[in-house]
Design a protein around this ligand. Structure first.
Ligand SMILES: NC(=O)c1ccc[n+]([C@@H]2O[C@H](COP(=O)([O-])OP(=O)(O)OC[C@H]3O[C@@H](n4cnc5c(N)ncnc54)[C@H](OP(=O)(O)O)[C@@H]3O)[C@@H](O)[C@H]2O)c1
Length: 297
């Protein structure tokens, strides 16, 4: 029986991991109060106390704009803490599963990014996440780093929930239409994590450690994504001020933010599909599922 330690248990992915990994072993779920990743000593002490075989680290400093003026904390959580987790994993023969982001790329490529494309983060958040990846690879433990994009779920804050809220408050919305990516559900990330852990347990010696792109299939813009959420809400007969026809496309230049976002967040997921023999469902499937969960509340 494995002992699986999950950080950031109150985040979108952390929440879903607790569900998806429960059948795989003894779970130790730690939210920020249970393990503060800005405290390296606490990280070591916590790992020593629980002695996990598998460490799953969805915790991150995800406030992308705030990170621009708080680089020190972003670096502690996104780079130094993963380095600490990876060092412990290497010393104790544990597996480390970690999550990274499309923000490691500059978004200037024409097609979908593959894992071997050069990283060129344009934000503090992206740079801190890339530094975390590099520290994990250098530590030498068995590891998987999932680079994902546009995460959403029923638990936590995300674009889908923001659009649903705004649809009840406003009659029109302007949404950026020149950033392309794949909305990826936290549940999909958690389910693939469970699948990868099962593979590790079958043959830990032959485990294919590495960086893997992991996003739902298909692609969209934030504008089209917002429209599809509003249309689902209309179909469902929710009380709305907004009509999906009153969502207007705007360029990123009309919505300036402290952190620069990549225009192209498309991630080619061929490597993970082939290596772990998985099928990645279309992004709309995840949206419909989370939407249904939210409607039941
Ligand atoms: N969200 C996205 O769109 C997106 C896109 C690409 C990649 N990712 C990556 O996917 C992973 C999961 O993201 P997510 O969407 O689940 O993020 P999330 O919902 O923001 O959850 C992150 C969790 O990390 C915790 N955390 C922050 N600082 C911490 C600290 N000092 N010590 C311990 N825990 C701390 C937060 O705690 P509190 O609950 O107390 O704040 C939160 O529960 C992250 O690695 C993220 O970089 C996310």
């Amino acid at each position: 029986m494995s002992r699986i330690l999950i950080t950031g248990a109150n985040g979108q992915v952390g929440f879903e991991l607790q569900r998806a990994l429960a059948v795989l072993g003894d779970i130790v779920s730690l939210d920020r109060a249970g393990l503060d990743l800005t405290q390296p000593d606490a990280i070591r002490q916590t790992l020593d106390r629980h002695q996990p075989d598998i460490i799953v680290n969805p915790a991150a400093y995800t406030a992308v704009d705030k990170a621009e003026s708080d680089a020190d904390t972003a670096c502690k959580v996104n780079a130094e803490a993963p380095a600490e987790l990876a060092a412990w994993a290497a010393e104790h023969g544990a597996l480390l599963i970690h999550y990274s982001t499309d923000y490691v790329y500059d978004g200037e490529k024409d097609g979908a990014y593959v894992e071997t494309d050069a990283a060129n983060p344009q934000s503090v958040y992206g740079a801190s996440k890339l530094a975390g990846e590099q520290a994990i690879v250098a530590a030498g433990a068995s590891h998987v780093i999932f680079r994902t994009s546009w995460v959403f779920g029923a638990h936590g804050a995300n674009f889908l929930k923001t659009i649903l809220r705004l649809a009840g408050e406003r009659e029109s919305l302007n949404i950026v239409a020149d950033q392309i990516g794949a909305p990826t559900s936290a549940a999909l990330l958690a389910d693939v994590t469970a699948h990868v852990i099962q593979r590790y347990r079958q043959s830990p010696q032959a485990f294919p450690s590495g960086v893997y792109h992991l996003s739902a299939a298909g692609e969209t813009s934030w504008f089209e994504y917002a429209r599809s959420v509003a249309m689902l809400a209309e179909e469902q007969g929710l009380p709305l001020k907004l009509s999906s026809a009153n969502i207007q496309p705007i360029p990123s230049s009309a919505y300036p933010t402290p952190a620069k976002r990549p225009h192209n967040s498309r991630l080619d997921c061929s490597k993970i599909r082939a290596t772990f023999d998985i099928h990645l469902p279309d992004w709309q499937d995840g949206v419909r599922h989370v939407f249904a969960q939210l409607c039941q509340r």
